[in-house]
Design a protein around this ligand. Sequence first.
Ligand code: HEC
Ligand SMILES: [Cu+2]
Length: 403
Amino acid sequence: MKLNTIQDRQSGTARPRKRPAAFTALAAGLAATLLTGCQSEQLLSIGDMSSGYNKEIFWMSLWAIALSIIVFVGVSWALFYSVQKFREDRHDAPPAQFHGNNRLEVILVAVPVVIVILLSVLTVRSMARLNPVPVNAPKIDILSKQFWWNFAYPTVTSDAGGTVANGNEMVMPTGQPVVLNLTSGDVIHGFWAPNIGGQRHALPSVIRTWKVDTERPGVYQGNCSQLCGASHANMRYKVIALEPERYQAFLAAAKAYRAPTPAEGSAEARGYTLFMQGKASTGALACSACHRVQGTPAAAGAGPDLSFFGTRRTLGAGMWEGEEAEKNLVPWIANSPGMKPGALMPTYDGSEYMVNGKMQKGGVLTRAEIEDIAAYLRSLKLPEEADYWRGTPVYGARAGGTQ
Ligand code: HEC
Ligand SMILES: [Cu+2]
């Protein structure tokens, strides 16, 4: 196709009305990349007014912005007025001097002081509303680690032993403040799910407590907001807000949950054995050395809790969702550091990976063995009524979203 150049126009050719095809193709390509590339992306919004936390911050900011506009307009007016009124070409004589005018000086100091006091009062008022943590509110203990999240329910001890917990998917009730206790197992991370309220840093050896809330049931996106290493951008999670009755149903079922015992001779049973014991002959480490599955001997915390893995819809700490997560489970178990840079899980296809700056070689499981383990993981399901994804609307999913 002939490009529309300056020479064309100078030589008298009319500029074609149509956009050059190259441009159209580029735009279409870009749109396609954006749409497919972000298939599982969800909008994040600090302006989500279904959260009381966000509402409070919004009104406080509005006051602060309004005061700033008043100051800006006032100062600009004074500036332009003086420049205009006291132009040198209109005034031959030196201007009147008012050095030592106490009244003026007091006014010039008092006005900013009043504005700053007003802003402080507004800020302190918002803090007084947001900071107190209700005693009887639902609590969630959050552990962040490179590059995943664990959400534990400290008041819910499971019948099978241990505290009820879920990796990378946080379930909370709507219509009431939820108290979050956040910490880190290694470096500094940031908990940021703006639709439900404020962001906090996760600091090693410190527990930060605050509250979040939302009125609207839904699935919300959460991200790590503090640069924490190679897979910082892949350190995501979902917040699933349920109406209180459904939340209670989830907690009750999670409390009573015991991982199902697979039928003898099934793929799940073979997967179970490999999960618990690994395969010493090929150096494949037991999954139970790092993961917990409620109701089994697996009780370790070096990786996310997998108790209800079959109910989950994300994989790799929110890197994949829905069908993608389903498709990637076997490749993930085979070589997770290959799929997610820096993931601290061994490989099971014999490839090399790095831990603490040292190259290591993973053990080896066959494809069939890994598929058995995947089958076992998929069988780890909460009962139907406690499936927190079922029917829960996904907030702000882009076109082509998966849920
Ligand atoms: C040395 C500890 C370790 C061992 C052994 C281990 N894992 Fe992991 N696993 C991890 C860590 C750490 C993560 C989190 C990786 C990330 O997202 O950055 C993880 C993540 C996972 C996830 C993804 C969970 C999610 O929701 O994103 C699955 C599934 C999983 N492991 C299964 C297994 C299986 C199956 C085995 C055994 C074949 C196994 N793991 C062995 C440490 C381990
Ligand atoms: Cu992080």
